[in-house]
Design a protein around this ligand. Structure first.
Ligand SMILES: [Zn+2]
Length: 291
């Protein structure tokens, strides 16, 4: 059973958060990848390399970084992740060297990925044009038909509740290889008491930007839903749908989702192995070429 009430209670009010300047001046340590642009947030010192592309990372102090408050714990432990990785290498990569397999296993690390999740009510007031054929001219066809349709202005409203609308918090690097939130059971999320000890791939899309992306998603889904609803009425012709959407009770969460990630180089090409940290499922066909 999906407990939306429990999940909603775990979210913060968006309008308050966007007005809230208490995070202004808050700083956090970050490490920025010089090659792919990934941002790494962790307690660990910066003696490591980017988990996505393997390049060097540069220390940065980041202002106004909003800390994640919820996470999904790892279910797949190191041993299991190594078994999955080994199995994958054995099965599919017979042409690869032993050295590659070793480095793929050695490079395996726990990583948390950042996502924004929104819950909201949307109310759309729409206008559109509904077309009806003028029947006596039915036998004629082709371009002349355009003139035989009577277009009427129509309007109405449509409301819809969005639960757990997710936006990937990483706008640039590695998006292609990272798991999507629907690969996880977001219902199992837990409050995060402290910054996790594992590396976190932080957001480069902040809350405001993520909300803009979420609004575009809502608008697109609502427009499609309105169109389907209107066309459902005896297959009417519909054109020029315009929606004005009001957003109510918008709440958000920044969540961390777990992956085991390996980054290794072979013949000057960078490869990634991405394992879902909860289900153990491997992303794609196993070995993903970086860029
Ligand atoms: Zn990188």
């Amino acid at each position: 059973m999906v407990n939306w009430e429990r999940l909603s209670a775990m979210a913060d009010d968006l309008s308050l958060a966007l007005k809230d300047d208490t995070i202004n001046g808050a700083q956090t340590d970050g490490w920025h990848c010089l090659r792919c642009g990934a941002l790494w947030i962790t307690k660990k010192p910066a003696h490591w390399r980017c988990g996505i592309c393997g390049a060097e990372v540069e220390h940065q102090r980041i202002k106004n970084y909003r800390r994640p408050r919820y996470y999904l714990p790892f279910f797949i432990d190191q041993e299991t992740a190594e078994d999955i990785c080994l199995d994958l290498l054995k099965k599919n990569l017979k042409g690869l060297s032993k050295h590659f397999c070793t480095s793929a296993l050695e490079g395996l690390q726990q990583i948390y990925l950042s996502y924004w999740v929104f819950d909201l009510n949307s109310i759309a007031d729409y206008t559109a044009q509904s077309g009806q054929e003028i029947k006596e001219n039915r036998k004629r066809n082709t371009a002349a038909d355009q003139n035989n349709i009577n277009w009427l202005e129509i309007s109405g409203s449509y409301s819809y509740r969005f639960n757990s609308l997710t936006v990937t918090a990483v706008s640039s690097t590695g998006v292609r290889i990272l798991p999507t939130p629907d690969e996880y059971n977001l219902m199992a999320m837990q409050p995060l008491a402290d910054v996790p000890q594992v590396a976190v791939m932080g957001y480069d899309l902040d809350l405001k930007e993520a909300w803009s992306v979420a609004q575009l998603k809502v608008k697109s889904q609502i427009t499609t839903a309105v169109e389907q609803q209107l066309c459902g009425h005896s297959g009417e012709l519909i054109r020029g749908i315009r929606c004005h959407i009001d957003y109510k009770d918008v709440r958000f969460r920044q969540v961390l989702l777990p992956v085991w990630l390996s980054c290794c180089v072979y013949h000057r090409r960078t490869y990634n192995i991405v394992i879902n940290g909860v289900s153990g499922k491997v992303k794609g066909k196993g070995l993903l070429q970086y860029k």
